[in-house]
Design a protein around this ligand. Structure first.
Ligand code: TMP
Length: 214
């Protein structure tokens, strides 16, 4: 059995995953669990540099194959430099996006076959998979509404149209159905606190048999 626990937060932009991750981190921190909060693409110096290339709207000429390999390059570095060492030391690792983003965005969004993605992702991760994944499900309309309210400049992927995001949202639902024991689909349109309680309840469940606070 792993010493630590690896938990990931997923969904389309504006789904609330980063907010939910922060709320979970706060609650776990209050209970003195050893915690690593990280994100993809990113989490290490090299992977953060790759992130800049990936999300910059200036790189609009990027082809899908290049995009996929860069997400995986960032992941390969992140997993070995940061995530595995933390798990080995008994940390609870909370990661904003991981492999399900590749399956949803590059698989369903960019039409790259899933079986191929599973193989190449497994090469990048060395076979490491999350113990628990939350997917916050919202409609593309709600996503657009929330993104407009945030009033942030759009990154390279956000410049894609509605159909792209519809395929990704569908993709996440498909992934959750395929692996219901590991991937929990939550309604991201519900009130923040209500979702946060569901998240923490599930995290406590998985930690019960695994870890105790420091
Ligand atoms: P973020 O906005 O959640 O930080 O993620 C950056 C963008 O990268 C977001 O549009 C989703 C996208 N992405 C992929 O397309 N594939 C991946 O494997 C990951 C991790 C993110």
């Amino acid at each position: 059995m792993r010493k630590g626990v690896f938990i990931t937060f997923e969904g389309i932009d504006g789904c609330g995953k980063s907010t939910q991750l922060e709320l979970a981190a706060k609650k776990l921190g209050e209970q003195s669990f050893p915690l690593l909060v990280t994100r993809e693409p990113g989490g290490t110096a090299i992977a953060e540099k790759i992130r800049e290339i990936l999300i910059s709207p200036q790189n609009s000429e990027m082809v899908n194959e290049c995009e996929l390999l860069m997400y995986l390059a960032a992941r390969a570095q992140h997993v070995r430099e940061k995530i595995i060492p933390a798990i080995e030391q008994g940390f609870v690792v909370l990661c904003d996006r991981f492999q399900e983003a590749t399956f949803a965005y590059q698989g369903f969004g960019r039409n790259i076959p899933l079986d191929f993605l599973e193989k190449i992702n497994s090469f990048a991760t060395g076979g490491l998979s999350p113990d628990l994944t939350f997917v916050f499900d919202i409609s593309v309309d709600l996503s657009n509404e929330r993104m407009q309210k945030m009033n942030k400049a759009k990154d390279r992927l956000e410049l894609n149209g509605r159909t792209f995001y519809q395929k990704i949202a569908e993709g996440y639902r498909f992934l959750a159905k395929k692996e219901p024991q590991r991937i929990l689909l939550l309604d991201g349109s519900e009130p923040l606190e209500r979702i946060s309680e569901q998240v923490y309840c599930k995290i406590k469940d998985i930690l019960k048999n695994h870890l105790s606070p420091a």
